[in-house]
Write a protein that binds this ligand. Sequence first.
Ligand SMILES: Nc1ncnc2c1ncn2[C@@H]1O[C@H](COP(=O)(O)OP(=O)(O)OP(=O)(O)O)[C@@H](O)[C@H]1O
Ligand SMILES: [Mg+2]
Length: 366
Amino acid sequence: MPDTGASDAFVAFERVQKSYDGETLVVKDLNLSLPKGEFLTMLGPSGSGKTTCLMMLAGFETATNGEIKLDGVSINNIPPHKRGIGMVFQNYALFPHMTVAENLSFPLEVRKIGKSEREKKVQRALDMVEMGAFGGRRPAQMSGGQQQRIALARALVFEPELVLMDEPLGALDKQLREKMQFEITDLAHRLGITVVYVTHDQTEALTMSDRVAVFDDGRIQQLAPPDELYEAPQNSFVAQFIGENNTLEGVVKEIKGDHCIVQLDGGETIDAKPVNVSKVGERTRVSIRPERVEVDPQLGPDAHTLKATVKEFVYMGDIFRTRLQVAGNSDFVIKTRNRPDQRRLRPGEEVTIGWLTEDCRALDAG
Ligand SMILES: Nc1ncnc2c1ncn2[C@@H]1O[C@H](COP(=O)(O)OP(=O)(O)OP(=O)(O)O)[C@@H](O)[C@H]1O
Ligand SMILES: [Mg+2]
């Protein structure tokens, strides 16, 4: 989904900053806009500012600077319960003394919806998360996954246009988590709900989202659809944080258009695609994905080859995972598909490896 200008955005953060102590900024200069119906995930290491951003959007924290807009209107001075936002926070528990039905009815009572209408909406929301028969239970009488689904139903029962979720599946086992990932995205797309989702699980982010905002140190490092994030990381942090990645360190020797020449610390010279290097003499980290490397390459003229020594060869069924020593890096990992023509390598063996120049990205030195 293309980035939208602030004008047609449904949710917009404009130059938002946040400091809790008046000194350090934990959100540094956030500009982010979402069109209606988008599923956007904030992904990043612990402490990078994800929850803080969600709390400001929800209205539980105020921005130190900048503006947050909903449907073009500033909501800086609107209290949380008047923003009409559904929320599922990991520690935003169900009311323990109320039944499931009462928990779901509550946001409707607050909105002055009549009894018969409330009952209809509660039942519909419960059916939606396949918990139709659980209206009379109390939270303590349900499993973690069932409570999580009720929390989701409660966030959706008043048909909000925007739902915020902070690690909503963190407490669930893998199987239930994957089922709920599907249920949430399916529901959001069916109802046209805009979702801002927070996780530190990159697989969850890549599989669920229209776009992912990668956070580090209070800033968005890259905002892009999942495939672009994986295939075209814009800096070393994103390349390392998303998926598995090989790096070779060196110095930029020459830049001409969409090619550059890098002298690796191991002595070899290679061609790369300059991504965020700009000057000759600059140190760089060249980044290559494990599945883009070929052994005994037959890639044609726009390929680059290097000699490597096999350190370890692991048979994994569908793929072979080989660790190599290449240009001073003894932890260079490649993944090859298990095909009849793919030979199995032995530790100590010398091989030639290669890749296309466009798969070899010269990034900042980190
Ligand atoms: N109420 C608070 N008072 C003071 N500092 C806070 C408060 N809440 C968060 N912080 C600080 O702000 C920074 C960002 O925290 P935040 O909770 O937004 O991170 P996060 O990306 O959600 O991390 P996690 O993945 O661990 O949940 C951290 O350095 C944190 O210590
Ligand atoms: Mg958090």
